[in-house]
Design a protein around this ligand. Structure first.
Ligand code: CA
Ligand code: CA
Ligand code: CA
Length: 155
């Protein structure tokens, strides 16, 4: 029961106090992995928690687009999932907003996406045939590495 306040309907925009959102611990993941369903709680003294709306915002949208922050759960127990951009890494801040229609509260946490050294790539090389004792020259292929242009090629 609510004390000292009228029992207003959950859908009425009559909040007099902001909702509250629990702390979310800082997170650390490797490049090309995702955060799945980190739990947090939301409460509101004069609204049903099921009517609260949560949203997320990234401090670095090239590393984590806002559209790659998603929420699940109902009522007081909510979950956030985050998928960083492929091959991007850095530290950023994720801010989670909870609103009851009248007031908004926020909590923030740091997400560290640790760099992973990706394997270099080499293009396919076509089959070639030459006469005995002849020398094969000018066979083209390409090598690449997403982090480096200094690649050692050997055969
Ligand atoms: Ca990668
Ligand atoms: Ca990488
Ligand atoms: Ca590499």
């Amino acid at each position: 029961m609510k004390i000292g306040a009228p029992d207003v309907g959950a859908h009425e925009a009559s909040s007099t106090i902001p909702p509250e959102i629990g702390v979310i611990a800082d997170q650390q993941i490797l490049e090309d992995t995702a955060i799945s369903a980190i739990g947090f709680t939301i409460t509101d003294l004069d609204n049903d928690a099921a009517d609260l709306i949560v949203q997320g915002s990234s401090s670095n949208i090239s590393l984590v687009a806002n559209s790659n922050i998603s929420f699940a759960g109902i009522g007081a127990d909510r979950y956030i999932s985050i998928t960083p951009t492929v091959n991007e890494n850095d530290v950023l801040t994720i801010t989670v907003f909870v609103t009851n229609g009248s007031f908004t509260s926020t909590t923030s946490f740091n997400l560290t996406v640790t760099a992973v050294n990706d394997a270099p790539e080499i293009s396919t090389i076509d089959d070639h045939s030459i006469s005995e004792d002849a020398c094969l020259t000018g066979v083209n292929f390409t090598v690449s590495d997403i982090e480096s242009s200094n690649l050692l090629v050997s055969a």
